[in-house]
Ligand binder design. Sequence first.
Ligand code: 9MR
Length: 601
Amino acid sequence: MKDGFFYVCRSEYSAMKSILLRLPLLAATILCHAGHSTAQSASSAIAMNQTGFYTAGPKTAIIRSGQTEKFYITSPDLRDTLFTGTTGPVHVSALSGRKTCKADFSGVQQKGHFVLCTSGSGVSRPFVIGDSIHSTLAHAALKGFYFQRMSVSLPERYAGPWHRPAGHPDHTIYVHPSAASAGRPAGTVISSPGGWYDAGDYNKYIVNSGITTGTLLSLYEDYHPQLAFCKTNIPESGNSLPDLLDEVLWNLRWMLTMQDPLDGGVYHKCTTAEFEGFIRPEQASDRRYVVQKSTAAALNFAAVTAQAARVFASFPVELPGLADSCREASVKAWAWAVANPNVIYDQGKLNAALDPDINTGSYGDGQLNDEWLWASTELCITTSDESFLRPGVFPPALPLSVQSWSDVQTMAYFSLFRYRERLPSAIAAAVPGLQQRFLAFADSLAIAAANTAYATPMETDVRNFVWGSNAVCANQGILLLYAFRLSGDKKYRDLALSNLDYILGRNATGYSYVTGFGTRTPMHPHHRPSETDNVKEPVPGLLAGGPNPGQQDKCPGYPNNYPDESYLDDVCSYASNEIAINWNAPLVYLTFALEFLFSEH
Ligand code: 9MR
C-alpha cells in the first residue's frame, strides 16, 4: 500500500536497484523451474512477511514442507542468485501437526527486490529488502484510528475513497437506569461526542479505550523524539502537536465526558441497546446510553488520565489546562474506585434487573488486581504521591502475562521501567525484582519460540489463540521490546520482529492480517464502515482479529479448527475477522518502535 493518505517521517522507502552476482551457471534457475512466471507460480507453501525485510535485520521464511531442501534468494526473474542455503530440520507443529522447515537468509544484506525459490516447494512472491520497510504500514495503522473517528465527517482529502459524512453525534445520550445517580437520574440527557468506534461495531467502551489510549501514550513516552515529525495527513497535521497526540486527544476528550462530574465515577460504556445493523455511520439513529459506572472503568480511566496528564504537561501553550484537568479527573476516578472497589460490570445481572436490556460488548472483568496496579502506578508516577500505592497491590505478585483489555498488569510494568530512575523510593525499591521477573518471562518466550512451526513467540502457547489473537501477538512484541530496552540484548528485538513477521504473513494461514498490506490480506473484515461504503478495498491499516478456534460466530467456511488456522476472511466472522482499536494500538506501537530501532544502525 503506497498512496497519498499516509505521510511518513523520513523519506519514504523506495526500492533500491539491486547489484546482483551474475553466476555463469544458474543452479537456482534450473531448480526453480525457470520459464514459469514467478507471479503466476508463487507458492502457497512459502510463508513470509509480505511487506518486507530490514536490510540489517533477521530474515526468515517458513516452508510448509515435510523435507529439508535447498533454497536460493534470486532476482525476481530467477536469473541472478544472491544466496544459497538449506532449510532447517523438519518441524512438526504442536498446533496442527503440520510439517514446516525454516529458511534463514539473514545473511542477505542487500537492498532490492528478490524471490526465494526452493528445490521442491516452488517460488515465493517477490519481496523487498530495504530500510524503513514498515514505515508506511506504521503510519497507516495510526491512520486507522482516524478512520475510526466518531461524530465527525472524514473529508476526501484525508480519507480518500473511504471519505464519509459524520455519524453518531452523541450529543443526546441517555443515562441508563443502571447508571442513574441522584444528580443524574435515569433518562437524563448528557453529551458524550467524539472518540473512536471500538471495532466493527458503533459503540464506545471505557475499558477497551483504556488500554488502547494507554498503549499509544506509551509509544509517545518511549519514542517521542522520533515521533515528533511523523505525519498521517489528518486535519490536525498542520498544528504543532505530533499527529500521534492529536489522534490520542480525539479519544481522550471523549473519555473525559464519561466521568460523572458529581461523584467521579466513570460509565462503563456509551452504547446502543443492541448492536446496530450493517448501515452507514450517518444512517444510524438508535438511541444511545451511558451504562453503569464500574470499578474497572474508573481504574482504566484513572490510569490513562494520569498518564495523559504527564504527557500533555509538555504542551501548556497548545493545550492550556488540559494536563491539570486530566490529573484532577484521574484523582477523582481513583477516589470513586476506592469508595466502590467491587462494582463489577455483569451484563447478565444488569439485564435481569433493568430495562432496556443491553446486549452490546460487555468487557466484563471480575479480576481487578491488575487494574488497581496500573492506576496506582500511573498516579504515583505522575503525582510523586505514594499514598496512591494500594496495600496488597504493590509490589505486584501476579504471574507475568501479556497485556490485554482484561489484563493490564504489564502496562504498569512498562511505566515503572520507563521512569525507573525517578520513582518515589517505596516504588523504586521494588523495580529491580520486577525487572528480573520480567526478563525471566521474556526469556521463557524466547526459548519456547525456537521450537515452534513458524519460529515465533506467538505460537508458544495455544492459549494465545483467542478472540483477537493477533493482538496477543503484537502485545507480546511490545513486551519483548521492553525486554530489549532493559537488557540491550538484541535477541528480544529480533523476536519482536518475528511476531510482526507472523502478523504480516509468516503464519499458518499465509494471510498478512493488516488490511491493504501484503499480497494476501483481509478483504471482508467485520467492519461496518468498510462493508457499507461501496469501495472494494476495506479501510486500510486495520488489524484483523486473527485465528480463534473458539469460532464463536459459528460462520460456515472456517478451514478447520486448528488454533492457528481458525481464520475466515468473511464479514460474518466477527470472532476472527473483526478489527478493533485495542488490536490496532499494539500494531502501531510495534511497527513504529521497530522502525526506530532498526533505523539506529
Ligand atoms: O475483544 C473482545 C474479546 O476478548 C471477547 O472475548 C469478545 C466477546 O465478549 O468481545 C471482544 O470485544 C468486542 C466487543 O465486545 C464489542 N466490540 C467488538 C469487540 C471486538 O470483537
